[in-house]
Design a protein around this ligand. Structure first.
Ligand code: DP6
Length: 317
């Protein structure tokens, strides 16, 4: 019996992953780029070889969700019963990338508890099978997830672009609602693929957006990065909103926050918005502008958090 605790941070996609070419392995239909954040985190303890299999999520025992047990089978099979205790210090399932930090922390804690010493690429491949975006949270800072070509997904993993200290940017997170989302990402992306007439355009434009974002990161060009980030966000939401039936993740307050971001830009403050499969808005800006941005968003938000670039998944005990 071995017990290991690991921590991982969420990442926010700057160019979005939305769509799969293989569902069981979470192989993406498009490449993506992300920024791992500090502050928010998942901490997960795995005991490999427990009297009974048990998953405690934020203090509540999960009885009907087989996702964790299925994931542990990918770490090693056959395997003993395991105990998994996992805690998030931020709202779960509301478009704040909890599945990314969750499966990154679980991949690291479970593989170590099982006696495996996986390198970061192997961990990224493992985490991806729990939730696609989790493969990016293995690494800190700016991260790319290219599409591999192999059917078994062995060449389909994230890679680090630049570490958390490379560029002093901030992601200002405006929480406008804290409940769980109505349609999860997995089902939402499949509905978009199956029914949105914009899907072929989304597939065609994504590689170019990734290329632009990587160039902008290397040049520390926030305007170029923010512009392509917004384009990727609105293109992804266009595929959602033109699905049948439509997927509308926005709330009225989402639009109020977006208007504030556009008003800040009109005043000459470099702030760009992104949204995922939920109503929250995340705003990318230089560190020096973060307080101004946070103050402008506070009146139209439930809560505002300011995050710096964060480190990759790591073992804490
Ligand atoms: C909108 O990684 O949660 O946040 O692979 O089905 O678990 P599954 O989906 P998930 O999707 C994240 C989608 C997104 C965009 C992104 O993070 O790139």
């Amino acid at each position: 019996m071995a017990t290991v605790t690991a921590t991982a941070h969420p990442n926010i996609a700057l160019v979005k992953y939305w769509g799969k070419r293989d569902h069981s392995l979470n192989l993406p239909a498009v490449p993506s780029v992300s920024l791992t954040l500090d502050g928010f985190q998942t901490t997960t303890t795995v005991t490999w070889g427990a009297p009974v299999e048990r998953v405690l999520f934020d203090g509540v025992e999960l009885v009907e969700d087989p996702r964790v047990s299925r994931f542990l089978d990918r770490v090693a099979y056959p395997r003993p019963p395991c105990e998994v205790v996992t805690n998030n210090n931020f709202p779960t399932g509301a478009g704040l990338a909890s599945s990314a930090s969750g499966f990154a922390a679980l991949a690291l804690a479970a593989s170590r508890a099982a006696g495996q010493e996986l390198d970061q690429v192997e961990l990224s491949i493992l985490a991806r099978q729990g939730s696609g975006s989790a493969c990016r949270s293995i690494f800190g800072g700016f991260v790319a997830w290219d599409m591999g070509g192999r059917p078994d997904g062995r060449d389909d993993h994230a890679r680090p672009l630049k570490g958390p200290d490379f560029w002093d940017v901030r992601m200002v997170v405006s929480v406008v609602e804290d409940g769980p989302k109505a349609v999860g990402s997995t089902a939402g992306m499949e509905r978009s693929r199956a029914s949105s007439p914009l899907w072929p355009a989304w597939l065609a434009m994504s590689p170019g957006m990734v290329k632009q974002a990587i160039g902008a990161i290397h040049a520390r060009d926030l305007e170029r990065l923010g512009t392509v980030m917004e384009q990727s966000t609105f293109a992804m939401h266009a595929t959602m909103q033109t699905a049948v039936p439509p997927l509308l993740y926005w709330q009225p307050t989402t639009l109020a926050v977006l208007q504030q971001v556009f008003a800040l830009r009109a005043q000459g403050i470099g702030a760009w918005a992104t949204m995922d499969a939920g109503p929250q808005v995340k705003v990318l800006c230089e560190a020096a502008d973060a307080e101004t941005v946070a103050s402008a968003l506070a009146p139209v938000s439930l809560q505002v958090f300011v995050h710096s670039p964060g480190v990759g998944a790591h073992v804490v005990a």
